[in-house]
Design a binder for this molecule. Structure first.
Ligand SMILES: Cc1cc2nc3c(=O)[nH]c(=O)nc-3n(C[C@H](O)[C@H](O)[C@H](O)COP(=O)(O)OP(=O)(O)OC[C@H]3O[C@@H](n4cnc5c(N)ncnc54)[C@H](O)[C@@H]3O)c2cc1C
Length: 368
């Protein structure tokens, strides 16, 4: 059996790893580079039980545990480590009198910490670019192939219509099974098969070189912006001395070419101003990356993981929204089980069945 995975983000790389571990012939086709999109630009924060009470709970718990296992099992260092997480707010003029120090000495006065919301047993972090690259490399070490090129369509058998290959740069790569794992660009695959819509939500982010100055504290802070809008700001210090800061997200048109995603200078400037309010450690000369990326989001906010409705040999694994790095290992493991064994047994994929949502009308797609 040969499986072709379209997209080498965290989801495609983890699916490739779990398939290759079972000895399944696997080819990953990637339009730009491994982890070139959200999977390389995310914060990398992981939480064991923050999806409790939602259909994501079992997937998130399994995945949180798998992250710890993979860190010990696979060669490479992607900075997996437990950390504490805190919530709070940044006091503005309206909060006069609440301008007390946070208790975390590296934060500026005016940053108020209200509670500890995660401990190193329940919250952790990875460097998402290094994690995704290591998973892809581990798959390659098991025999998987990485093929650079843009998937532009699916080829089906004339008789039963079963998928038999993917079109890449004018040629066909034969496949017995195909997995769409193109993040927000999975939307384009709705032209080739019955797939529900996947939207892209863009967020800017800044990465600072903070060395050992910022302790292992993930922060979730409410910040009242100029127009009185309340923004949620997230700060993630990572083991390699980089600190990732992100905030709002917008629905803006997704560039057709993943390599064309660029941050808006105005948004970056606004995020930089906010970061400077949080701590004097976030100085402009310490910025090592100004970036933007699109999270893949579905109509009901849950991922699509499963067989593509009314098809043979077609699978999808995308739509992981804000938890794609957390949920990549368990999603890849379950997708590999589904493809190789005919059913997933490590987690129940029923809540993520693509058939729960209506397929996108392909005439709505503008691909030129
Ligand atoms: C600012 C920000 C912070 C985040 N922080 C976190 C966090 O702390 N924790 C967490 O769990 N999640 C986080 N996320 C979410 C997470 O990044 C995503 O859910 C996850 O990366 C999605 O992975 P993916 O593999 O589905 O998609 P992507 O990473 O988008 O990968 C898709 C890949 O498909 C390729 N591709 C596209 N079209 C084609 C084609 N036609 N042919 C071949 N290849 C193609 C692309 O080049 C890309 O490499 C964050 C997201 C953002 C934007």
């Amino acid at each position: 059996m040969r499986v072709v995975i379209c997209g080498a983000g965290a989801i495609g790389a983890c699916t490739a790893y779990f398939l290759s571990r079972r000895g399944v012939e696997t080819i990953v086709v990637e339009a730009t580079d491994v982890a070139a999109a959200a999977s390389g630009k995310a914060g990398g924060f992981l939480a064991r039980d923050w999806c409790a009470g939602t259909p994501l709970d079992a997937l998130a718990r399994r995945s949180f545990d798998l992250h710890a296992v993979l860190a010990g099992e696979i060669a490479g260092d992607w900075g997996y480590r437990g950390m504490s997480a805190y919530s709070g707010f940044v006091a503005g003029e309206a909060d006069a009198g609440r301008n007390e120090p946070s208790g975390l000495s590296w934060l500026s006065e005016g940053v108020v910490i209200t509670s500890r919301i995660g401990s190193p047993d329940t919250t952790a972090i990875v460097h998402p670019f290094k994690f995704t690259s290591a998973m892809m490399q581990a798959a390659q070490n098991n025999g998987a192939k990485l093929h650079r090129g843009r998937v532009t369509g699916i080829v089906r058998s004339a008789g039963d219509g079963a998928a038999r290959g993917v079109e890449v740069n004018g040629s066909v790569i034969d496949a017995d099974a195909i997995v769409i794992a193109m993040g927000p660009w999975s939307l384009l695959a709705a032209e080739w098969m019955n797939l529900p819509a996947v939207f892209g939500q863009r967020s800017p982010s800044l990465v600072y070189d903070t060395g050992t100055d910022v302790p292992r504290h993930a922060l979730f802070l409410e910040y009242r912006d100029r127009g009185d809008e309340v923004i949620s700001v997230e700060v993630f210090p990572r083991a390699d001395g980089s600190t990732h800061i992100t905030a709002w997200s917008d629905v803006v048109p997704l560039p057709l070419d993943p390599a064309a995603v660029q941050p808006e200078p105005e948004e970056i400037g606004r995020l930089q101003e906010i970061a400077e309010r949080l701590s004097s450690l976030f100085r402009a000369d310490r910025i090592v990356s100004r970036q933007a990326c699109f999270r893949p989001v579905t109509q009901d906010g849950l991922p699509l993981i499963g067989k593509v409705p009314h098809s043979q040999g077609l699978y999808v694994a995308t739509g992981h929204n804000v938890w794609g790095i957390l949920n990549a290992p368990a999603s890849g493991e379950a997708a590999a089980e589904l493809i190789a064994d005919g059913a997933a047994h490590s987690v129940d994929l029923a809540p993520f069945d693509p058939a729960r949502l209506p397929p996108l009308d392909p005439s709505l797609l503008r691909t030129n």
